[in-house]
Structures are given as C-alpha cells and as structure tokens.
Design a protein around this ligand. Structure first.
Ligand SMILES: [Zn+2]
Length: 272
C-alpha cells in the first residue's frame, strides 16, 4: 500500500497551514518531498508517526523558501545525531543544480562549522538532470524539469504497483509537458486559489493556477484522481468543500483536497 502523507498543504505565504510538503510511504520507508519553510517540519513528521531519523530519501523541488528552509532544520538535527554516532546510513538528497548550490551556500553560513562539515559525510547529494531516474524505496522515480518561469524546478513521475502517479511542483503545468502525464491515475498539481477569488490572490501573476484552470486542463488530459495543494488559507475548515465544489464543475474524475496531516491512500480506482 502506498500512501501520500501531507505534512503541509499551504502556499508560500500561509501561517496556519504548513507550506506544502509530504511523505510517500510504503512498507520500505518514507520518501520526503520538500520540507516546508521552518522547523515545523520536524514536528509535522512526528505528528504523523515518522521519526525524522528514519528518513533516507529527500527531494527538494526548487529553492524557494517554502520548500527548502525546513531542510536546514533537519540538517541541524541529523548532523548533531551524526556527531554522536547515531547515523548509520547515508541520506540521499535529490535536487537540481540550482537547489544544490542554494543548499551548499546557505548551509555554510547558518550551520556551525562542525555540523556543516558532517553534512557532507552523511548526505549524498544526487544532482538531477532532466529525465534522471532513481529507485527509491523500491519505486523507480523519473525526475523532470517542469520548465518553471521562476527558479529551476523539478517534478517527478512514477508507478506505484502500475498506478501512474505524478507530482508537478508548484507552478502551472506547461503545455509542452502535457504528454508526460496524459491518462495518469494520480496527479498532484498546485491550486493557489479559487477562480472566483483570482482578483484577491493573483494566482496567475505568480505562475500559479486557480482551481478552475487546473481542473479544466486535467480533465482534458483524462486524469483519474487530482490532488490539489499549495493553496491560500482564508477559508479555514471550509477550504476542502469550496475547492472540491469548484473543481467538480470542470473535472470529471476524483478530486482530493487534503488537509494538513491528512493521509491519501493510493488505490487503483481506474475501473470506476
Ligand atoms: Zn511554493
């Protein structure tokens, strides 16, 4: 059984929701995708029963604050553990070259020297090129450049027991990449705000989508399950309902608008 455990579902400016990040969990372990923007990442992991010490694979999609900064708090913890001899296995961090440069440069100035040195003993950086494939916890992931207008950003696609799954980062999917995910079972795509509130939140000028705009495209691409995340937080507990309602008008498949700390079970519902 594969599960997506949402540690955060908010966009880059949220305060009550944690910034979007999640763990892909199967019986072989957890694969952490992005880290949010603060030390909250350690608490969130523990709230869903994941010991940060058990994580062996981390992917950082791009270098924006709301995706990368939690990594430094994790590095601080894990490097102290390593100094005490508690870290026995390598930790793999997958990222593009721009993210790698950002990590190296920032870590140099914000971590004490002895911790910074230890990071390079315990972490193996896998610097990604477009199309690189890695096996993580028994699954082959293909990482690809999402052709972001902002900082260089990667997403991935994979199969969980033949269920086709894609994570598309936090920008609107470019038409040049539509063929990569057509007919997929599960797609994770950002939805910055409701279409009715574009004039308040300005999704488009930030290279983001509204719930309507992404739902229309994913419907044309015949996606079965659409997971929407990286949203604003003004609707509090009504968010799931409002976003689902708007998406349903334009998307015929299954819509999932997860809350923070919600678990999504990946099931084969293609025959429904
Ligand atoms: Zn973001």
């Amino acid at each position: 059984m594969y599960k997506i455990i949402m540690l955060g579902t908010g966009n880059g400016g949220t305060m009550d929701l944690y910034n979007t990040c999640f763990a892909v969990q199967n019986e072989k372990g957890n694969f952490l995708v992005d880290t949010g923007g603060s030390n909250e990442i350690i608490k969130r992991l523990s709230q869903v029963g994941i010991d940060y010490k058990s994580i062996r694979h981390i992917f950082i999609s791009h270098s924006h604050t709301d995706h990368i900064l939690g990594l430094f708090w994790y590095f601080k913890r894990i490097s102290i553990d390593a100094l005490h001899g508690y870290v026995k296995e390598k930790i793999n961090v997958y990222c593009n070259d721009e993210v790698y440069t950002a990590i190296k440069e920032v870590a140099k100035y914000i971590l004490p020297k002895e911790l910074n040195d230890v990071i390079y003993d315990i972490v193996e950086f896998k610097v990604l090129s477009d199309g690189d494939k890695y096996e993580i916890n028994g699954v082959e992931y293909e990482f690809f450049d999402i052709l972001a207008k902002g900082n260089k950003q990667f997403g991935f696609k994979c199969e969980f027991d033949k269920i086709k799954f894609a994570f598309l980062g936090d920008e609107t999917l470019k038409p040049a990449l539509y063929n990569k995910i057509e007919n997929y079972d599960y797609v994770m795509h950002e939805a910055f705000c409701l279409d009715a509130e574009e004039n308040i939140f300005h999704a488009y000028e930030k290279n983001h989508s509204t719930t309507k705009s992404v739902s229309e495209v994913m419907n044309k691409l015949n996606i079965k399950n659409l997971i929407l995340y990286h949203t604003e937080e003004s609707h509090k507990e009504k968010r799931k309902q409002f976003y689902t309602n708007e998406a349903q008008e334009y998307f015929n498949g299954n819509i999932i608008v997860p809350d923070d700390l919600e678990t999504i079970k990946i099931i084969d519902n293609s025959s429904l």
